[in-house]
Design a protein around this ligand. Structure first.
Ligand SMILES: CC(C)(COP(=O)(O)OP(=O)(O)OC[C@H]1O[C@@H](n2cnc3c(N)ncnc32)[C@H](O)[C@@H]1OP(=O)(O)O)[C@@H](O)C(=O)NCCC(=O)NCCS
Length: 153
């Protein structure tokens, strides 16, 4: 199993999209969305490969002192092995030193993900009413403050 930062040379946008849609249904991103995130200067897309299969992914970006995690998904056969936690930690390492906070939104009912983020040091900040559609649901906005800067070992 190998953790990589996805680059255009990998050309695995269809595989990333398939895993995302399998894990989060209609909230899942298209291949084109992953491609655009990978090609942005401030985009970070990470994944675990098992041989050539994408089994876990994280996408996010940074801008003006903030990091933002937009998607995390792990194939159900590979869950509870710490892969998501390792992806979040790697994302943090790749953020610029000027990053003060990391933000993310998560469905209010998604206890596994909320537990994951709390374990990674995020706290609940606020609720965005009806942020999600299909099904309609509130989002919990979570924040991790990193003004001390990450311990980049
Ligand atoms: C949420 C998700 C990404 C977690 O991935 P994972 O690789 O299984 O997570 P990890 O193994 O790194 O778990 C780290 C911690 O998160 C919490 N956690 C993860 N899955 C959990 C679950 N099903 N129930 C409760 N807590 C859970 C635990 O605290 C866990 O630590 P522990 O195993 O030592 O108890 C995965 O379940 C998933 O892909 N779900 C569907 C997609 C999704 O909801 N993505 C998030 C959208 S915001």
């Amino acid at each position: 199993m190998e953790l990589i930062r996805v680059s255009p040379e990998n050309n695995i946008y269809d595989e990333l999209s398939a895993l995302d849609k399998k894990c989060v249904g209609s909230d899942g991103w298209s291949a084109e969305s992953f491609e655009s995130e990978v090609k942005k200067n401030n985009g970070i897309v990470l994944c675990f490969l098992d041989n050539t299969n994408v089994i876990a992914l994280l996408s996010g970006y940074f801008a003006e002192g903030e990091g933002d995690i937009t998607s995390v998904a792990v194939d159900e056969n590979f869950r509870r092995k710490g892969l998501a936690q390792r992806l979040v930690a790697e994302f943090e390492k790749l953020l610029p030193d000027s990053t003060e906070n990391i933000f993310l939104e998560v469905r209010e009912s998604n206890a596994p993900a909320i537990n994951l983020y709390e374990k990674c040091g995020f706290e609940k900040l606020s609720v965005r009413k009806n942020f999600y559609i299909n099904p309609r649901e509130n989002a919990v906005v979570m924040i991790k403050n990193c003004s001390d800067k990450f311990l980049k070992e």
